[in-house]
Design a protein around this ligand. Sequence first.
Ligand SMILES: [Fe+2]
Length: 273
Amino acid sequence: MVPLEDEFGDLVGKSRRGHGLSVEELAAQTGIDAGSLSAFEGYRHDPTREQSDTLAKRLGLDAPKLWEIAADTWAPEAVEPTIAGGLEVQSLWYGPDRVWAYVVGDAASCVLIDAGVPEGDIRAAVGQRELAGVLLTHTHGDHINALGAIVGGTDIPVHMPAEELGAVAGLGGDARPFSDGDVLQAGPGGFKVLHTPGHTAGESCLAVGDAVFVGDALFAGSIGGTNLGVDAFPIHKQTVRDKVLTLPGSTKLFSGHGPQTTVAEELAHNPFF
Ligand SMILES: [Fe+2]
């Protein structure tokens, strides 16, 4: 299993920026010197329990869960790569970008969810089956690097957030914008769009059966960085909480980075929730 995408320093940095605080401001508000805060965020220094608890309190993180991450005492249980309804998930990992793409389907057809792993790995996973579509959680480069190689010169549908259509212009395929609540019939599955903006404007989770492909909205034990600014930070957390973490605890979560996890694991261990 791959390690957690985010460490203590990442969680502190993402929360600090989410609250619009500089390192110096957070230092003044917590009594923890700026040098130590920078060292935490730069992975050069581990916090004491007291420091971890103090930062959790100021940043709105769950203190016991944050300490689990700091002390490296939790990792999610392995998740079976199957989805209720007879779908199978092939998880494709690209080490240099620490990113996942997923091929989801049955014996006859499949879809590709995100496209940031080498073209050859995608083609090997698809095999002789029909590639009935590509679904994009968002359009950062590390999620679409192989998109042109896969759909260029074809009319394969590329289902993607309406807000980010410009990012795939000219790459080929048949770009089809989606919005919150849409159900995409793609290959053997119906994928419901759960718009969870914050990491990007269009960032969306894609739910099928007892699984959700959460992109960079959620990582095991963390969330993707909220790039849209301080106003978006509470919206990012709230939409993930309301639309994903209210699903049954056994719901499998396939993330863009880091290990696969479940709703129950995240409710019990993710310091953001
Ligand atoms: Fe991203």
